[in-house]
Design a protein around this ligand. Sequence first.
Ligand SMILES: [Zn+2]
Length: 399
Amino acid sequence: MTGVLRRVSIVLMAAFLLVALGPGMTVPAAAGHQEYGVRGVWLWGSTVRESGAEAIAKDLEANHVNVVFLLVRGTAGTAGYKSGLAPLADPNRDALAEMIAACHPRGIEVHAWFVFNQDKAYTDAHPEERLWHRGKPDTGHKPYEITDGRVCPDSQAHLEYTNAMIREVLENYDVDGIHLDYIRYGHVVFCFCPHHYEKAESLSIDIERVREAIGKTFYDGPWGKADPQYIFNAYEDEAYPEHRDVKAWMDMRADEVRDAVESMRSVVKQLKPNAAFSASLMPEGALADSRTYALCHYAQRYCDAELYDFICPMAYHADYGKTPAWVGTVTQGAIAESNGKPRVYAGIQAYGKVTPQDLADAVKAARAAGADGFVLFRYGEVSTEEWSAINEALGEIGR
Ligand SMILES: [Zn+2]
């Protein structure tokens, strides 16, 4: 950086700090967005119960965070609010009410964050709604049910239950939005539950051909050595014997995810039209070279993201062995693939092997690529040094 540029940056940063740290400044959340863009964090209910909402909100305010995504139903299926439907995470605490009371006076939005496809409390009570694996060599390639809480993503009963919880939150809490997570399949080997067998038949899909193509991808067998690219090639290439069934099956799964999103969206928009409806999405579907991979594994399509007010592509660069610049690549792809319809807030990795400089670079890369903001995963993983680096980066880029 040249001396002149450095001086300009320092002046900009000083101006930013004066504005941001001015005494008694309380900017309404909406105005804050316009001026600075969204700066969000994902936050666990357990963190609220341990650290206290007031202390967290104070810390968020000091670091110019203007949106919080509070986990109200995680993979265990317990509720982080006073629910009449799900077992409570802690009967003596209401993390959602506590966070709203602490955040709203400070101009910080609170969005209720729901995990969709894993819900241990629910599947323990309703084992018939569980997710089923395609089958491995040690099950004689026979499908088997998963018992860790994962739900068949096409379970209409679980969707209705989730809608009832969303309704419950919207009716009883002044939340600023509903945020979905795990709104996808976890892997291409799912789901071969009895319901999906019936569904495949009704759609004239030969489910055994699909299972065979998955088998050829992961396991050695009568077909020879496993070919890790097989199922993806079979989806794309008509020359593969399973092409027609694999394509119909994968498109069916993606349609299921879209239908579930539409159903939840209509609940949100009917009850509280101004509440934002959003989701965190896997990053691969944003990139041309991994779009088929993303479709076959996750059944998640960025072209369906028009159903959301905003999306957060989880561009967790360190987990993917990439540099922070990759956050910009994913952001760009997400904006292009979703046709610019939803706002895009880059999901940034703050856990594991990341440095303060990484976070600063990731925030800058997101901004340069046209993101409307960023969300850090997660509050509790961001050190004082990392917050400083982020704030310094934001000062340099003028917001
Ligand atoms: Zn199923």
